[in-house]
Design a binder for this molecule. Structure first.
Ligand code: HEC
Length: 447
């Protein structure tokens, strides 16, 4: 009885955010969460269905190897994937999602293809995107790894489904749903023809030939970046023909590529770490998958010294200080610094199984270029996510691709569905979007 009341209280607390998508302008932490985008009449904007497919481990290096039969030389020359694979998404996704040479860690029950319904519009201020897709699960992917009290200490709980601990049954698969866009304005070699595959390499998390943490930290580039793993990067930032992860150019050379615009924009809407505060993140891909300058909406909630949480839920708002496994995916379990969080108290009589999110989310604390995507919101209903998202035209930050009227851009899309991360996404071949210009998809001009 008691816990029912608590649940209701929390659900009520998140209602105003959901109301926003139906056109009621909501103010969150000083910024209007959906200004502009809530007023778009989507029935006047054509819908394009984009096939997203499971790519397995088809890395930049594999695609250029003789294993990519009779296609490696053409791929090296920059030929478009769709020159040979036009309309093959369904066939490829279904082939690659089960165990095969390019999928050594198949995820049980995984679908090979997702139909993404996509709409795009713009006015004099903003570009507006709307995404709709069906989730594999009959729940919204709003849960994300937690810290769990085991009676003595707080331990990480929940991992993405490509991780061995999940595949071996030691940990539950828990990870947020996501929708990502990668954008180029013509300055990244081969992106127009080969899309996201220019950024996907051997050595990255969940890809072949992964180096150890020590090897990564010992590499001059990664030492300079203070990074412990390999993530997306562009071949232009490496010195060898094969664009190997460990052959980084110097910081000066990389800075020159960035100044010339030779990077990709990469933004992600996140079911746990950005959606509850009406945001998406803002990153860019160059020598690494870097955050834009400033601060993204999420940060670690782990106190590095004590390994305890930094914040817990505010009982007066949520009805409890922590959640339990039975709460997750039934309510939003995001810990939001300015609305439902208070500093962690180690003296609480914590019970085994208590869960506190591993990440802290904040709209108020996000800032700079990393906080550009501060008007996006997804609602999950009847098995389908609907995400609407506004992005300012003409951004002038040095880590953004400015969208402008008259411009044509190459986009790649991906969704992470069913508790997964890294390459465990469904992806699109690249396509062009024009804002008042001829392209594969032409954005609808709103008055
Ligand atoms: C010149 C034509 C050509 C180009 C360009 C090309 N491919 Fe292929 N690809 C092939 C052929 C042929 C196969 C082998 C199909 C088979 O064995 O049935 C293949 C196989 C694959 C496979 C393995 C799964 C399968 O269907 O056999 C993947 C994944 C793949 N290609 C992805 C890509 C991507 C991504 C690009 C663009 C970066 C690309 N290919 C560019 C011709 C091409």
């Amino acid at each position: 009885m008691k816990s029912d009341n608590r649940r209701k209280k929390f659900a009520f607390g998140s209602l105003p955010l959901i109301a926003g998508i139906f056109g009621i302008t909501v103010t969150m932490g000083g910024g209007s969460a959906l200004a502009g985008v809530a007023d778009v009449d989507w029935s006047s904007v054509p819908t394009k269905t984009i096939k997203l497919f499971w790519p397995g481990q088809a890395t930049y290096q594999w695609l250029r190897s003789p294993e990519h039969k009779r296609a490696n030389l053409q791929t090296i020359e920059g030929q478009a994937c769709t020159a040979c694979h036009l309309n093959e998404e369904e066939e490829m996704g279904n082939k690659l999602v089960v165990e095969n040479d390019l999928e050594p860690m198949p995820v049980e029950g995984k679908n090979g293809v997702i139909d993404l319904k996509f709409q795009v519009a713009y006015d004099s201020e903003d570009a507006y995107f709307r995404f709709q897709w069906k989730t594999l699960n009959d729940y919204a992917g709003t849960a994300h790894p937690y810290l769990r009290y085991n009676g003595e200490e707080w331990k990480a709980f929940g991992y993405p489904k490509l991780d061995e601990v999940v595949q071996d049954g030691e940990q539950p698969g828990i990870y947020e749903d996501r929708m990502s866009m990668m954008i180029d304005d013509g300055s990244v070699e081969n992106f127009a023809t080969q899309g996201c595959w220019v950024s996907c390499h051997d050595g990255q998390r969940d890809n072949p030939d992964r180096p150890s943490k020590a090897e990564v930290m010992d590499n001059p580039l990664f030492k300079a970046l203070k990074k412990k793993d390999v993530r997306k990067y562009l071949p232009s930032t490496r010195t060898d023909e094969n664009a190997s992860w460990d052959m980084g150019k110097t910081q000066e050379e990389i800075a020159a590529i960035k100044a010339a615009g030779g990077f990709l924009d990469l933004m992600q809407w996140r079911g746990h770490r950005s959606n509850p505060v009406g945001m998406s993140d803002d990153f860019y891909v160059l020598e690494y998958r870097n955050s834009d300058a400033g601060k993204n909406p999420f940060s670690s909630n782990v106190n590095k010294k004590t390994q305890e949480p930094k914040y817990m839920f505010d009982e007066s708002k949520v009805g409890k200080k922590s959640v339990r496994i039975e709460d997750i995916r039934k309510m939003e379990t995001t810990l939001i610094r300015e609305t439902n969080a208070v500093p962690f108290d180690a003296n609480v009589d914590w019970k085994e199984g208590d869960l506190i999110p591993k990440y802290l989310v904040s709209r108020e604390d996000s800032k700079g270029s990393a906080a550009d995507n501060n008007r996006s919101k997804g609602v999950w209903k009847d098995g389908v996510w609907t995400v609407v998202w506004a992005r300012k035209l003409g951004l002038t930050n040095p880590d953004d691709k400015a969208l402008v009227e008259g411009g044509v851009y190459t986009f790649g899309f991906a969704t992470h569905d069913d508790n997964i991360t890294t390459r465990g996404h469904h992806v699109s071949f690249p396509m062009t979007i024009g804002f008042g210009a001829k392209a594969d998809i032409e954005a609808t001009k709103l008055d």
